[in-house]
Ligand binder design. Structure first.
Ligand code: UD1
Ligand code: UDP
Length: 377
């Protein structure tokens, strides 16, 4: 069997690594196609190295651009590779432009698509990610939903065939790397941070960074934080802060350390040792609950509602008063802190990657890994 993996951004590399590993352990050689949506060393190559992935077979060097430019260029380049390599299945993960491009290019060549982390919905169609998820799910033959709730979202849209609830591969990634991070990372010393005495911040989503008004609100929140904080910053956010004239202002916040994005081992260590995490990232909302760290999400909705229901995550948007109210409660009310920190992980047991490989191998063996003419027969 020949599985092709199409990926291009930081979270896709992290979340597909356990699946790639599972295939290799079963003596199946994966074909690795990197679109180049992320290209800086610290947004891509550092993860390929740390997660010890085999060499990339095709680097497509798509790079940055408008939504259509990036997606279109990725589609054209992916199609070329798929036509030449004729894989048995194309795996994509998540909701980026790379995912949409990979799914569309493959299904139109009648190569079945397997979507890892299928069925997530924020129910906010103004987000590029929501459009990508919906379309990728509808182009897919095999849908690996991380939770029952994600499976139900698919059912609501008429997708019932080929759906498997397997857990989220982020649990595999955390379990496979947390102990290594503990041993190898000296990140706390490098930034002079004390365990549980700082807040870890990340924010990069278009809705938070592309408007001057929202980015200013983010800076105002950071200016009001009641304790030390560290913010490994996505290049998108840095560019926008400079563009909107906010770069000097954010850098003059006394309690805040801004750094370039960090590798996975350093970042896991920072997450695990944080007092709390504030983020708009999908993957980091998941990792917080896995690592027992309270999470305040800088968004008004989430496609990870399981984390909120479990009690480990609170949506605070960009509302300064709301952020401060919850941070102060976390600082002053130990019972509240422990309740958030000990919220149960809804994303499975860390064997999602193995399940995905097993299911695809079995479908292939039975000759069932193909594009069906209709989902409804
Ligand atoms: C993309 C995903 C988002 C995901 C994020 C993961 C889409 C629509 N969005 O957002 O869902 O959460 O990846 O991190 O696919 N840039 C660099 N160096 C890089 C990569 C990007 O400088 O290596 C800068 C460029 O100025 C670029 C901007 O960041 O224009 C945005 O990059 P892009 O890949 O378009 O989207 P992300 O914000 O990374
Ligand atoms: N991450 C990292 N270094 C950083 C920031 C994030 O290794 O400086 C990891 C994080 O642990 C998580 C993933 O990147 O696994 C999340 O990626 P991101 O926030 O870019 O994307 P999203 O999950 O929102 O799509």
């Amino acid at each position: 069997m020949k599985p092709a993996f199409v990926f291009g951004t930081r979270p896709e590399i992290i979340k597909l690594a356990p699946v790639i590993r599972a295939f290799i352990e079963r003596s199946v050689e994966p074909l690795l196609i990197h679109t180049g949506q992320h290209y800086d060393y610290e947004m891509s190559a550092v993860f390929l190295e740390e997660l010890e992935l085999p060499p990339i077979d095709y680097h497509l060097e798509v790079g940055s651009g408008s939504q259509a430019e990036q997606t279109g260029k990725a589609m054209i380049n992916i199609e070329r590779v798929l036509m030449k390599e004729k894989p048995d299945v194309t795996l994509v993960q998540g909701d980026t432009n790379t995912v949409l491009a990979g799914a569309l290019a493959a299904v139109k060549l009648k190569i079945p698509v397997a979507h890892v982390e299928a069925g997530l919905r924020s129910f906010d169609r103004t987000m590029p990610e929501e459009i990508n998820r919906i379309l990728a799910d509808h182009a897919s033959e095999v849908l690996f939903a991380p939770t029952e709730e994600a499976g139900k979202n698919l059912e609501r849209e008429g997708i019932t065939e080929g759906v498997y609830v397997v857990g989220n591969t982020i649990v595999d990634a955390v379990l496979q790397n947390a102990e290594v991070a503990e041993r190898k990372s000296d990140v706390l010393g490098r930034f002079d941070l004390k365990p549980k005495k700082y807040i870890l911040i990340t924010a990069h989503r278009a809705e938070n960074t592309d408007s001057r008004e929202n980015l200013t609100k983010l800076v105002e929140i950071l200016e009001a934080l009641p304790m030390r904080a560290i913010y490994p910053m996505h290049p998108r956010t840095k560019n926008r802060l400079k563009e909107f004239g906010l770069w000097e202002r954010i850098n003059s916040i006394e309690n805040l350390t801004i750094t370039k994005p960090l590798g996975y081992l350093d970042f896991l260590k920072l997450e695990k040792s944080a007092f709390a995490i504030m983020t708009d990232s999908g993957g980091i909302q998941e990792e917080s609950i896995i690592l027992n760290v309270p999470c305040l999400t800088l968004r008004y909705n989430t496609e990870r509602p399981e984390t909120v229901k479990a009690g480990g995550n609170i949506l605070v948007g960009l509302e300064k008063e709301r952020v401060l109210r919850y941070l102060n409660k976390l600082l002053e009310d130990e019972e509240f802190y422990l309740k958030m920190a000990n919220a149960p992980n809804p994303f499975g047991d860390g064997k999602a990657g193995e399940r995905i490989a097993e299911i695809l191998l079995e479908l292939h063996k039975k000759g069932e890994l193909k594009v069906r003419s209709s989902r409804f027969i």
